[in-house]
Each structure stands twice: as structure tokens, then as C-alpha cells.
Design a protein around this ligand. Structure first.
Ligand code: J2J
Length: 551
């Protein structure tokens, strides 16, 4: 077993297998079955290039053979930073075929994040684009490799590949299967009970947490989600958000659509005109999207210039969709919608087409499985009466039992009997439907992208002028929330937002999405009774200020 992985207890393994949730197949085997079944249908498209299931299968197999030749083996970790492009799918399916565990990093992650993943997971490979928004991932990879002895291989998509890095295009052009038969890959079959993919947690701690998803549960999740949102071989899913994210990859996402024989359109940017153009050209039927994007689409002046009539449904998740926005979806976009509450840790809730308007507007759905167990509890972990708000705790066949390699934190994040403490405050609503009311975890949900307050605070505290700080969410009409830094400087020195952001970007090398979008200098912090900074008071303060300014 992979060291640092917390397996499901045996009685649950037995139950989930007996009840037919877990099929004992690897993500690679599920993929091979789809390739065999849907051969000449188009599986994928990006930037005008079309790839059939057969071609996708051949390319993934070829890359898997090359990975083996280069020394990668089952359970080795591979940091994935590819953007929405065809190579993402080739590398992802190649990795899961031989049990190499992709770590689902984002292209925008920088040294602070990637360096940590590399060291913490002892990753052996790093997969990056050759050019992406004026940033050189190759320079970063070289720097990180100097500090990380286990990181031996860098694979690069695109044209300009540095000397000792490996070009993915070159590997794809080299027909290794004529020398090493594809059959030889069978020797490298991972155990479906073991982690197949590492997802990343939005996190509430100083360092990101790594989420080990098993082959069994990750296959189950995307297939069931696919049934609920009605994916068939005629579905065309547009993916306008980073495909690395659990929502876009597996809820049902790229993987769920591929397993069902549909077509995936990888959209390289969420820009409205690009997305609308893709919908029109590819006749997209379904799209996952955080509410922030959905609101932008509904307000876009370009809306009437494009034919969006192929859209059957949008999937709204990642952050709360308010009922006012939900009401507008069908009149404006002319399609249905599903709300979902998802989490990379596993459990997934959906509203379904055909649900009453009341449920569709006001809830984030019901869990996918009869054996998804929910508890709603107060601060003392006592269950609250049905319909009252409390923290949601979950356990089930797709929900992890522990973060990778984090025994101490796991004791806090999970109950003794294995429920994951979501940090989300919810209310039960008609049967097993839930509505998200808020959260107790210390994160900022920036348009669906989760930022750990503590992680950013640690970086801010490293600034020479900073005495103390608090990073909190401030309301934003489109994104829902943005980050605001409250800072007490040493001796009351001046500090500007620009200066702080430059430091965070250039000295601390953190991803741009985490940068504060507002700085408030304070003389003192409001404190709680136990002597901690009162963040609730700060959130209130900034939210009132923002509201006043808006008026
Ligand atoms: C309020 N908060 C929500 C919603 C997620 C599908 C969709 C989303 C994610 C995801 C995902 C919310 N209303 N509708 O993994 O498979 C907040 C909650 C939750 C956290 C998880 C998927 N949908 N959230 O967003 O791991 O706070 O996963 O616990 O990024 O997002 O974040 P993440």
C-alpha cells in the first residue's frame, strides 16, 4: 500500500464492493473499455483539432510505454500543470493506465505551491506547458528540481522544449509500441483500492492538503454523476474552467464524458466570446461552471450574437448560486441547470432536471448514493434537529478517509468514525436535499477557487514591514468573494497593496489567484475572547465598507 494513504476500513470496502459501487477496475481499464467501445467517434477537440477514441487510446498507450521506459512505475507521483489542451488528456490517461498518480496542480501554481507538492509527495515527474501566459514553467521546473532530488523528469507540451527536458510531441511521434508491445503494460496494473489521482484541497491550513482518490471511487463518482446529469454518447461537454479541477475532471467532467462515449471540448480560456463561439461551433450540450462565470455569460452583450441553442444544461457548482441568478438561467440561456455541491474530498450533491422549482432554486441537491451518510452537527458535534443549520459531516463510497500523509491534521478533519468534516454550514431541506448556508472553515471562495487564509497570511507575515495580519473574504458581485488583507505594520509604517502583491508574487512566488485585492491598514485588531483575531468582525467590517462604497 502507498505509504501515507488512509484506506477505507475493511468492513466498508466489503460493503461498497458487495453493493456494486466499486467495480475493482482501474481508471485505465475503464478508459480502455471506452476506447474499444466508441472507436471512431470523436472523443476530444481543442482549437480545431479532433481526436477519436481510437486515436486517444493509441496516444495514451504510447505515452504510457514511454513513461515506463523512462523509469516511471505504479504509485510514482507526477505533478500535472497542463492547461486545457489535448495533451492533458493524453498524459492523464497514460498515467492512470500504469498507476502513476497525477497530482492535479493548476497551470497558475508557482514555486511556492509546486515546490511544496514536489517535496511533500516526493514526486518523480513534472508535466508543464512550454509557454503559458508569458511565464516559463521550464525555468521554474529547473529551479524546483535543484531543490528536490526525487524530481527526475520534466515532460513539456508544445514546441519550445529546453535541452534536458522531454518533449511530449516527440514521445507521441515515436512509435515505441513497435519495439515494446502495448501488452507489456499489463505488468504495471495498480490496485483499484489504491490512490489513482491526487486532488488538491482548497485547504484551511498553512500548506495545501493532498486528497488521494482511489481508482474505485473516482470511477464510480464520474459515472454516477454522468447518469444524473444525463450524459450519453451524444453529449458534448464544453470545459471552460481548468480541467485539472475535480469539478471539470470528474463531476462528471472529462473523465465521465469519455467513459460514456461523448465528446469533450476543451476550451482554453473562460473568456465569454471564446466560450460562446465554442458552444456554437461544436454544438455543446452541457457545461460545468462556477456561478461567477455563469453570471458573466448571462450579462454578456455578446449573448445575442451567438447561437447557443444546442445547450441543454449548465452545471453550477463550486460556490453558492443565489436564487436570483438561478431564476434567470432558463429565460436567458434557454437551457436547464443542475446545482451541485461538490468537494474534491469526494461527496457530491445534485439537483436533478425535473425537480420542483423550489428545490432547483433553493438547494444544492441531494447526495448521489443511498450509502452516502450525512450528519449535521453543532459546535459540540451534537446532531441538530432536521432543518436547522449546522456543520455538514459526510462519509460514503466516494469520500476519502484521510488526507495523504497528514495523520495529525486528519485527527481534526475527520471524526473518529471516519466522517469528513466539510466545514460547510448547511440545512437539510426536504428529504436528503441540502442548502448551503455558510461555512466555518477559514477559506476564501474566489469565484469557485478556494484559497486558504492561513496559507496566504503566512506569506504576508514574511514581509519585513508586517507585524500581524488577517486575510478575509470580502463580497464581490460577480466572483462572490475576493481576498482582503488586514495588516498591522511594524511601527505604523506605510504599505501599499501594490508593494505587498509584488512581494507575494516575486519573493514568495505564490499563485496570482491568491493575491489580496484590497489592503486595509489597521492600528489594532478586534480580538475574540480567547485572544485570536476576530475574523468574523473583520469580514463584517469590510463587507459593510464595500456595500457603502457600492452605494
Ligand atoms: C456553496 N459552496 C460550494 C455550492 C462547492 C463539483 C463542484 C464543485 C467542487 C468544488 C467539486 C458549492 N455552494 N454549490 O469538487 O466535484 C464549496 C464548499 C465545498 C468546497 C469544495 C466538484 N460547491 N462549494 O468546489 O474542493 O465549501 O470542490 O466544501 O474546490 O467548495 O471545494 P473544491
Amino acid at each position: 500500500m502507498l505509504e501515507g494513504f488512509v484506506p477505507f476500513p475493511e468492513e466498508f470496502q466489503k460493503k461498497y464492493k458487495e453493493k456494486g459501487y466499486w467495480l475493482g477496475k482501474t481508471l485505465g481499464e475503464e478508459f480502455d473499455e471506452a476506447v474499444a467501445k466508441f472507436g471512431d467517434r470523436v472523443a476530444l477537440t481543442c482549437n480545431g483539432e479532433y481526436v477519436t477514441y481510437r486515436e486517444l487510446g493509441e496516444r495514451a498507450t504510447r505515452l504510457a510505454l514511454h513513461f515506463i521506459e523512462r523509469g516511471l512505475r505504479p504509485y510514482d507521483r507526477m505533478i500535472m500543470q497542463l492547461p486545457n489542451e489535448l495533451e492533458f488528456a493524453y498524459v492523464y490517461f497514460a498515467a492512470v493506465k500504469i498507476g502513476v498518480i497525477p497530482i492535479m496542480a493548476l497551470p497558475v501554481h508557482r514555486d511556492a505551491e509546486i515546490g511544496f507538492f514536489a517535496q511533500f509527495t516526493k514526486a518523480k515527474a513534472h508535466v508543464i506547458p512550454s509557454t503559458f501566459k508569458d511565464f516559463s514553467h521550464q525555468v521554474m521546473s529547473r529551479d524546483i528540481r535543484k531543490k528536490t532530488s526525487t524530481l527526475e523528469l520534466t515532460f513539456v507540451s508544445g514546441q519550445k522544449v529546453d535541452g534536458n527536458f522531454i518533449s511530449i510531441s516527440a514521445l507521441l511521434a515515436d512509435k515505441i509500441e513497435t519495439r515494446t508491445p502495448a501488452e507489456s503494460l499489463k505488468k504495471y496494473r495498480p490496485d483499484p483500492m489504491e490512490p489513482g489521482v491526487f486532488q488538491l484541497s482548497g485547504g484551511t491550513t498553512g500548506v495545501p492538503k493532498i486528497i488521494p482518490r482511489t481508482h474505485n471511487d473516482y470511477a464510480l463518482m464520474c459515472k454516477r454523476a454522468g447518469e444524473i446529469v444525463r450524459i450519453t454518447k451524444d453529449s458534448v461537454m464544453g470545459i471552460p474552467i481548468p480541467v485539472n479541477h475535480n469539478f471539470a475532471l470528474c463531476s462528471p467532467g472529462l473523465q465521465g464524458v469519455i467513459y460514456c462515449g461523448g465528446k469533450v471540448v476543451l476550451i482554453p480560456t473562460p473568456r465569454t466570446d471564446v466560450v460562446f463561439e465554442a458552444v456554437q461551433k461544436e454544438r455543446i450540450t452541457i457545461m460545468p461552471t462556477p456561478p461567477a462565470l455563469l453570471i458573466r455569460w448571462m450579462e454578456a452583450p455578446e449573448l445575442t450574437k451567438f447561437d447557443l441553442s444546442s445547450l441543454e444544461a449548465v452545471l453550477a457548482g463550486g460556490a453558492r448560486l443565489n436564487a436570483e441568478a438561478a431564476k434567470k438561467i432558463t429565460p436567458i440561456l434557454g437551457c436547464d441547470y443542475h446545482q451541485n455541491l461538490g468537494m474534491s474530498e469526494g461527496m457530491l450533491f445534485w439537483t436533478e432536471r425535473g425537480d420542483s422549482e423550489e428545490l432547483l432554486l433553493n438547494t444544492q441537491g441531494a447526495p448521489m448514493f443511498e450509502d452516502d451518510e450525512l450528519r449535521v452537527v453543532d459546535e459540540r458535534e451534537k446532531e441538530v434537529p432536521y432543518g436547522e443549520s449546522g456543520e455538514l459531516l459526510v462519509r460514503g463510497p466516494t469520500t476519502i478517509r484521510g488526507y495523504y500523509n497528514s495523520p495529525e491534521y486528519n485527527r481534526k478533519a475527520f471524526t473518529a468514525d471516519g466522517f469528513y468534516r466539510t466545514g460547510d454550514v448547511i440545512k437539510m431541506y426536504k428529504g436528503r436535499y441540502i442548502s448551503v448556508e455558510g461555512r466555518i472553515k477559514d477559506t476564501i471562495n474566489r469565484g469557485g477557487e478556494k484559497i486558504s487564509a492561513e496559507e496566504v497570511e503566512n506569506h504576508i507575515l514574511a514581509h519585513a514591514k508586517v507585524e500581524n495580519c488577517a486575510y478575509v473574504a470580502m463580497p464581490d458581485r460577480i466572483l462572490g468573494e475576493k481576498g482582503c488583507a488586514f495588516v498591522l505594520t511594524k511601527g505604523g509604517q506605510g504599505l501599499t497593496l501594490d508593494e505587498l502583491c509584488r512581494f507575494l508574487k516575486e519573493e514568495r512566488n505564490i499563485a496570482v489567484i491568491k493575491l489580496p485585492e484590497r489592503l486595509e491598514l489597521v492600528d489594532a485588531f478586534p480580538m475574540t475572547e480567547v485572544g485570536k483575531i476576530d475574523k468574523k468582525a473583520l469580514r463584517q467590517l469590510i463587507s459593510e465598507k464595500v456595500e457603502k462604497e457600492g452605494r
